[in-house]
Design a protein around this ligand. Structure first.
Ligand SMILES: Nc1ncnc2c1ncn2[C@@H]1O[C@H](COP(=O)(O)OP(=O)(O)OP(=O)(O)O)[C@@H](O)[C@H]1O
Ligand code: SF4
Ligand SMILES: [Mg+2]
Length: 326
C-alpha cells in the first residue's frame, strides 16, 4: 500500500449499521396482559466514514442513538447487521479505539489512586513492565493532560469535574490508542471548563495524530472540533457533511432547526430546546420521513415515503425529499 492510499483510507468505516433492543416485558406479563413483543430501533441503517487523523462528530437530541453508535464502534455492543471497520495501523492490525465517557466520575474507580487508574491499561496491555517505568509513564501522562505528577497520589473525588475528565483522558491515552470515541466528554462541565477540555483534546489530536469520533447534543460544541458533522434523528443520519458547509448552508430542515437554536451574539439567551415539539418515541417511529411531525415544510409525501440519502456535489449527504443542489 502506498503512503497516499493509507492517508486517504478512512480510519473508521461504518456501513449500514443497525441495532435494535428488545424492550418487551417478561414473557409471563406479556401473556397475561396480552402485550406484543416490543423492539426498539436505536440505530437505523447508519453509514459514515471518519477521515484518518480527522474528527467526525455525531450530533442530535437525546435518544437519537449517539451513544449506541459509540458502543457499537468500541465493541461494547454487537450490531444486528452492518459493518464496522478500522483501518490497519502501522503494525498491520486494525487501529485500537478507546472511549471517553460523559461522566468522568462514574467511569473512574473511586477507591483507586489516580496513578493506579492511569497505570491499569499500561499493566493490562504490558506497555511498560518495571515499576519505575510505569511510574515514569504515569507522571508523563498526567503532565500531558495538564495535571501534576503529585496528583497521582490523590483519589478521583479530590478533583473538579474538568480535572476528572483530564484523568479519564490520561487513562485513555495510556493504552496508546490511535482512535478516540468521545461520548459527550464535556456535557457535564461548566462552559469555561468545557472550552479548556476541548482545547486540550484538540492539542492532543495534533500531538499524537489521533482520530476522533466525537459525540454531542450541541452543534456549537463540535463546530471547532470537527472536520465533518453527521446530524442524527431517531436512529438515522439525516445530514452529513463538511463542518463549514453545514454551518454555512444547512440543507436538512432538522439541521436548520438545530442551528437556529444555538445561542449567538444576537440572541445570547436563546432557548437551547429545539422548537417544533418533542422527538417521537423510537418504539413508535413516524411513517415516512421520521422528522415529518416536526418539519415546517412537510407535505403528504413526507408521511408516506422514507427519503433516500442523496449525495450532493459538495459531498454533503442528506435525506430529505425536497433538498436540491441549489
Ligand atoms: N441497552 C439498552 N436497552 C434498551 N434500550 C436502549 C439501550 N440503550 C439505548 N436504548 C434506547 O435506544 C435509544 C438511543 O439511545 P442512546 O443512548 O444511543 O441515545 P443518545 O443519543 O446517546 O441520547 P443522550 O443524548 O440522551 O445520551 C433510546 O431510545 C434508548 O432508550
Ligand atoms: S422529507 Fe419532508 S418531512 Fe422529511 S425533512 Fe424533508 S421536507 Fe421535512
Ligand atoms: Mg448518549
Amino acid at each position: 500500500m502506498t503512503v497516499m492510499s493509507i492517508q486517504k483510507m478512512p480510519a473508521l468505516s461504518v456501513d449500514r449499521l443497525v441495532k435494535t433492543f428488545d424492550v418487551s416485558a417478561p414473557w409471563l406479563n406479556r401473556l397475561i396482559e396480552r402485550k406484543p413483543r416490543q423492539v426498539l430501533q436505536a440505530v437505523n441503517d447508519i453509514t459514515f466514514h471518519v477521515p484518518m487523523g480527522g474528527c467526525l462528530s455525531l450530533v442530535g437530541e437525546s435518544g437519537c442513538g449517539k451513544s449506541t453508535v459509540a458502543r457499537l464502534v468500541t465493541g461494547l455492543y454487537k450490531p444486528d447487521t452492518g459493518d464496522i471497520r478500522f483501518a490497519p495501523g502501522q503494525d498491520g492490525k486494525p487501529l485500537s479505539a478507546q472511549m471517553i465517557f460523559q461522566d468522568p466520575y462514574a467511569s473512574l474507580n473511586p477507591r483507586w489512586r489516580v496513578k493506579n487508574i492511569i497505570a491499569e491499561p499500561l499493566r493490562e496491555l504490558k506497555l511498560r513492565n518495571s515499576k519505575a517505568e510505569i511510574t515514569e509513564r504515569v507522571e508523563e501522562l498526567l503532565k500531558t493532560v495538564g495535571l501534576s505528577a503529585s496528583d497521582g497520589e490523590k483519589f478521583p473525588h479530590e478533583f473538579s469535574g474538568g480535572q476528572r475528565q483530564r484523568i479519564s483522558i490520561a487513562r485513555a491515552l495510556a493504552g496508546e490508542p490511535r482512535f478516540l470515541v468521545c461520548d459527550e466528554p464535556t456535557s457535564a462541565l461548566d462552559v469555561s471548563v468545557q472550552a479548556q477540555v476541548l482545547n486540550l483534546m484538540r492539542r492532543l489530536q495534533d500531538e499524537f495524530g489521533l482520530t476522533y469520533l466525537f459525540i454531542s447534543h450541541d452543534l456549537s460544541v463540535v463546530r471547532h472540533m470537527s472536520d465533518r458533522i453527521a446530524v442524527m434523528y431517531l436512529g438515522r443520519i439525516v445530514e452529513e457533511g463538511d463542518t463549514e458547509d453545514l454551518f454555512a448552508k444547512p440543507r436538512h430542515p432538522y439541521t436548520q432547526l438545530l442551528l437556529e437554536t444555538i445561542p449567538n451574539v444576537k440572541h445570547p439567551h436563546r432557548d437551547r430546546v429545539v422548537a417544533g415539539g418533542e422527538v417521537p418515541s423510537p418504539l413508535k417511529p413516524p411513517s415516512g420521513c421520521p422528522f415529518h411531525p416536526r418539519c415546517p415544510i412537510a407535505t403528504a409525501r413526507c408521511s408516506e415515503e422514507i427519503p433516500p440519502v442523496r449525495t450532493l456535489a459538495s459531498g454533503t449527504r442528506v435525506a430529505c425529499h425536497f433538498v436540491t443542489e441549489q
